[in-house]
Design a protein. Structure first.
Ligand SMILES: [Zn+2]
Length: 264
């Protein structure tokens, strides 16, 4: 996103936020892998500016895609924080519901902010194409999240894969656990972070991968039709615009794939 577009969006959002003051709680519903020209941590910048408006007392519950990135700033200003536990994201609405429900529970019971938050950046950077929770090791890793989250004294637990393709310092895996029991929050976060670290070399692509040339050869040699090739670097559901023409240009340069050149 250009800096101008971002600033325009933030200005409008903050203006509307000011008009609705004061607040008890705020549901911060973000994907988490925004890239803004000239900013290293866009979501961190956004929540910090929201904090400056709503003040330190307001309970902020952040809901994210597991392909989002959690910087220390985002972790600091989020009181409650969670993300999807499934990739593909079949539980997207369930996760948002959990984020809002926990926010309301903490407000209605008067418990307010969690006594403890654990934030563990895990020095692993994997693409979404390798981290489906339908296959191992993602399946068993994410199965450990509810084991931690459902304990007495824990509010929620989450594992972020991060967004590899943005190629920014903030892109890496993160584990967070929130709760009122210091021992359980600490132990739960360490359990998930260590479990992730232990399987770091076991992630495999969920489908065959190759260069465009290799993929085109596979397609041309295949008797299956249609044959689908996905440009992973331009994935519209994962931060890409979905309109990059590099692949199209390469295909049009091949006489056997360009109908216009076939006519000659
Ligand atoms: Zn995602």
């Amino acid at each position: 996103m250009t800096r101008e577009a971002y600033e325009s969006m933030v200005d409008k959002s903050l203006k509307m936020l000011k008009e609705g003051m004061p607040y008890d709680g705020l549901f911060f519903d973000i994907h988490g892998a925004m890239s803004v020209v000239g900013l290293e941590d866009a979501e961190g910048d956004l929540i910090q500016r929201i904090r400056e408006v709503v003040g330190p007392e307001v309970l902020i519950s952040t809901s994210m895609d597991l392909h989002g990135n959690v910087s220390e700033t985002l972790a600091k200003h989020s009181d409650l924080i969670t993300c999807y536990r499934m990739a593909p994201h079949e539980d997207a609405l369930e996760s948002k519901e959990r984020s809002v429900r926990l926010l309301l529970e903490r407000l209605e019971t008067g418990k307010g902010k969690p006594a403890y938050k654990a934030w563990i950046p895990v020095p692993i950077l994997l693409p979404g194409e390798k981290t489906s929770t339908r296959i191992e090791p993602g399946k068993s890793l994410y199965a450990k999240v509810p084991e931690v989250a459902d304990q007495e004294g824990i509010i929620d637990a989450a594992i972020w894969i991060g967004y590899a393709w943005a190629d920014e310092p903030v892109n890496h895996a993160v584990v967070m656990v929130t709760g009122d029991d210091k021992e359980k929050v600490t132990a739960g976060a360490e359990k998930l972070a260590n479990a992730f670290w232990d399987v770091r070399n076991e992630f495999e692509f969920v489908a065959p991968v190759g260069t465009l040339e290799e993929s085109l050869q596979l397609a041309l040699n295949s008797d299956k039709k249609p044959y689908m090739i996905s440009d992973m670097g331009d994935n519209p559901t994962a931060g890409g615009a979905g309109d990059v023409t590099w692949t199209l240009d390469k295909i049009l340069q091949r006489p056997n794939l360009n109908p216009a050149m076939d006519l000659h």
